[in-house]
Design a protein around this ligand. Structure first.
Ligand code: FNR
Length: 374
């Protein structure tokens, strides 16, 4: 497995000066079929592109006359303090791009005081990851075909010390990108999801055929249902965030069921192609859940300016998906830590120029709505 990965660097290339530079450089470190899997969205990448483009519809307004001598990026979420609002999104199978995978990411999280969200489908076990984060960390949970397996994962995450659960509800079926299909991407035979390796296969024979009936059956195997969510919320002793909410009706339902918070996300454009750009639904969801309800955002963030805009439109914090993978492939823990440092500096620069002394100030700042694409 590891032989297919190009050796990562133990230094930062001089031409990486912005977080997003990792995207370009990663193409030299991730084999083309794997890059197509990581990089791609679903279908023709319409939603993937829209996610990124949506940020260009807004600009940050410069403001002066503000005292920024005490400025900081700390946030409070459910009575916990986080030193900055930039979290590492759950990303599966990190061994595809680096032999030390999530362990390296966890080290970078620790070095940059970043909250890492570890995926159910990680290459290393959730216990191994927890031992290396040394900073706040959350665990992302997928409903498993068997309820007992789902609840076993929850209990393991609680025992390992994760502070919250992120229940992802938008990926019971994922449509691969055309580019991954054309590149003939398949998971290597020895690629394992360490957390669930002991489970018997969750695929029923019905799932192997492609008629529409089997699509619905496959979807329902691991889909969120009101009963499953309620049960999980009732047994979890740590807060549960719902990831993948795009409609205000769903947001209100999850809120009424008692979810601690939500992540507005379309999975980085990786579920169904054609769903709206994630940023375009954010303000509406913030209005629906109210100003004090924990609401996080991901999908399409490539810079500190994007983070500023997402917060101005209603997010309390954001998660970083692809940039994390790109940085990991280039220089392992060093790369991810450097990428996080760049994002934090890019955000701080936006705050300074926009006259924001805190993340709270960003929420009260107005974005300029561009009339034409810039
Ligand atoms: C993901 N994402 C994801 N989400 C999740 O809840 N569990 C998972 O295991 C994964 N795995 C995963 C793998 C890869 C390769 C990617 C690119 C993404 C989605 C991720 O958490 C996040 O929602 C998006 O990546 C955010 O969009 P950006 O930042 O990639 O544009």
């Amino acid at each position: 497995l590891d032989q297919k990965i190009y050796p990562p660097l133990n230094h930062i290339p001089a031409d990486i000066v912005r977080a997003n530079d990792y995207e370009r450089v990663a193409a030299n470190f991730i084999p083309p079929d794997r890059l197509a899997y990581v990089d791609g969205g679903s279908g023709h990448n319409v939603t993937l592109r829209a996610n990124v483009d949506a940020f260009t519809k807004y600009s940050i307004l410069p403001r002066s006359l503000k005292d920024l001598s005490e400025a900081h990026t700390q946030i409070q979420l459910l009575s916990q303090t986080y030193s900055h609002p930039i979290f590492l999104a759950p990303v599966a199978h990190q061994k595809l791009v680096h032999p030390r995978a999530e362990i390296a990411t966890a080290e970078a999280a620790a070095a940059t005081d970043t909250c890492m969200v570890a995926s159910t489908l990680s290459s290393f076990s959730l216990e191994d990851i927890a031992r290396n984060t040394h900073s706040q960390s959350w665990f992302q949970l997928y409903f498993q075909a068997k309820e007992a397996d789902t609840h076993a994962l929850l209990q393991r995450a609680i025992r390992a010390g994760y502070q919250a659960i992120v229940l992802t509800i938008d990926a019971s079926i994922q449509v691969p990108s055309d580019s991954a299909l054309k590149a003939n991407f398949t998971f290597p035979d020895d690629m394992q999801a360490a957390n669930i390796i002991h489970q018997s296969s969750s695929l029923t024979p019905a799932a192997a055929s492609t008629n529409h009936k089997s699509i619905f059956l496959r979807y329902m195997q691991t889909a969120a249902t009101k009963e499953r969510v309620q049960k999980l919320l009732s047994v979890s002793t740590i807060p549960v965030f719902i990831k993948g909410v795009m409609s205000d009706e769903d947001a209100l339902l999850y809120q009424s069921l008692g979810a601690a918070g939500m992540i507005v996300s379309n999975h980085g454009g990786r579920t169904l192609d054609g769903v709206p750009a994630c940023l375009t639904v954010l303000s509406q969801l913030r209005n629906a859940v109210g100003k004090d309800y924990p609401l996080l955002f991901d999908s399409g963030i490539r810079s500190g300016a994007d983070i500023f805009k997402a917060i101005a439109l209603g997010a309390d914090a954001v998660l970083i998906g692809r940039l994390q993978v790109y940085a990991l492939s280039v220089a392992g823990a060093l790369g991810v830590a450097h990428m996080m440092k760049l994002l934090k500096e890019e955000l701080a620069l936006c705050m300074a120029i926009a006259g924001c002394a805190s993340i709270e100030d960003i929420k009260h700042s107005k974005l300029h709505r561009n009339t034409e694409r810039q």
